[in-house]
Design a protein around this ligand. Structure first.
Ligand SMILES: [Zn+2]
Ligand SMILES: [Zn+2]
Length: 161
């Protein structure tokens, strides 16, 4: 990864990713996103804005902490993509419930993102994500015919404590 922003060609100020492997200064990419909905380099669709800690850019990606961060980052991007599909393309309560089932399963299969100790966990914003997940589970347990919600609530009980 380059250590210069592809828009201003200067050193990163407040580096951000929008879901692909490219990084930008927050200011530069926000300005671009005013009129576009993709990455100015690879044209991949905008997924979400993710703050990337400066220390991960200046280091050489060799420590365990950093590898763990990028692994977790990919999981977060995937969840964001699935949520975008959920809001944009899935219609009808039954379809929404069954797609949400898929999302809960993906999160559960990757639940290590909540457990990774130390920095990576905090940098990924796992605490904030936990409360979003909690809200989703509460919302979906209201649909009485969606029985899986209760199972997910049970399976996530230790994580969401
Ligand atoms: Zn820039
Ligand atoms: Zn890109």
């Amino acid at each position: 990864m380059n250590d210069k922003c592809p828009i201003c060609l200067d050193v990163f100020k407040n580096p951000y990713s929008i879901g692909c492997s490219h990084l930008f200064c927050k200011k530069c990419i926000d300005k671009w996103l005013d009129e576009n909905y993709n990455c100015p380099v690879c044209r991949e669709k905008f997924v979400g804005s993710f703050s990337i800690p400066m220390e991960l850019i200046t280091s050489k990606y060799k420590t365990r902490k950093i590898t763990e961060y990028w692994r977790g980052f990919k999981v977060y991007v995937k969840i964001h993509k699935m949520m975008n599909v959920y809001y944009g393309e899935i219609h009808g309560l039954d379809n929404k419930c069954s797609y949400m089932n898929k999302i809960f399963k993906y999160i559960y299969d990757n639940r290590w993102i909540f457990r990774s100790n130390g920095n990576a966990y905090q940098l990924l914003g796992a605490d904030k994500f936990k409360s979003v997940l909690k809200d989703r589970l509460i919302e979906f347990s209201k649909y009485s015919h969606y029985k899986e919600a209760k199972i997910w609530k049970y399976k996530f009980r230790d994580i969401l404590k």
